[in-house]
Design a protein around this ligand. Structure first.
Ligand code: HEC
Ligand code: HEC
Length: 191
């Protein structure tokens, strides 16, 4: 949890530093090929090397556009992920270069599969969120077809959990494509 609060703090402090600049996507692509493909793979779907990184593998970057806000993405690239092999790039790249590579990352594409998301939901989330699930009452899990959350906010709850509730963080349990599929499904059942 501490990690997440530090992240939010850094995020709000740094929001301003990136304002106003325009991204050069071609330059972003060059930077990505030079520094990022080693772990994240040519197309962002994670290299063989990246899959075997400890303590946690590299994450699929094709889904960024779907559930990580642009400013949040720049902060992750600049400061990295605490305690992981994703180092911050602030000493290697200028702010403009970070903007460029972030812009390029946002062009990578993954098309989420809602029916795969539905199956995943039944297997991993039904225990608490099924309409008639016993755990639903015990843990007070809401009906997700009534959720007011858009994709980015919803993904944030699923990735990092809701502090102090039974909705724990799932980012370490599942891959980004699995999360993208389940978010796509949950957005599609909204009433
Ligand atoms: C040495 C391997 C390595 C290199 C090189 C690397 N990364 Fe990472 N990256 C990782 C790992 C490992 C994670 C997963 C961290 C975690 O467990 O949350 C990660 C996570 C990320 C995330 C967060 C994704 C998410 O869904 O939470 C972004 C964005 C990212 N990297 C972008 C980049 C960019 C852009 C570059 C090049 C400038 C880069 N990375 C270079 C290993 C690497
Ligand atoms: C251990 C029980 C449990 C499991 C398993 C669980 N959840 Fe939750 N979830 C909860 C509870 C409880 C809340 C309500 C948290 C609160 O009070 O804000 C919640 C809230 C949520 C919300 C926020 C809804 C809103 O409108 O605020 C989303 C989205 C969500 N869960 C998705 C998932 C997904 C996707 C999975 C499976 C990967 C999952 N949950 C697995 C218990 C669970």
């Amino acid at each position: 949890m501490k990690k997440y609060f530090l992240f939010v703090l850094a995020f709000s402090l740094l929001f301003g530093t990136f304002n106003g600049a325009r991204a050069d996507e071609k330059n972003g692509e060059r930077i990505f090929k030079k520094y990022c493909v080693k772990c994240h793979g040519e197309d962002g779907s994670v290299s063989e090397y990246g899959r075997n990184i400890k303590p946690r593998p590299a994450r699929d970057l094709r889904t960024n556009r779907l559930f990580i806000a642009p400013a949040e993405l720049r902060v992750i690239i600049k400061y990295g992920v605490y305690g992981r092999e994703m180092k911050g790039w602030e000493n290697m790249l200028t702010n403009d270069e970070i903007i460029d590579v972030a812009q390029y990352v946002r062009t990578l594409k993954y098309t989420p599969d809602a029916s795969a998301g539905a199956q995943f939901f039944k297997a991993k989330c039904f225990g608490c969120h099924a309409p008639e699930g016993a755990a639903k009452k015990v843990f007070r899990a809401p009906d997700l077809d009534m959720s007011p959350l858009g994709a980015i906010e919803m993904a944030r709850v699923v990735r990092f959990g809701r502090h102090g509730t039974m909705m724990g963080p799932k980012v370490e349990l599942f891959s980004n494509p699995e999360l993208a599929n389940v978010i796509e499904y949950l957005q599609s059942i909204k009433k």
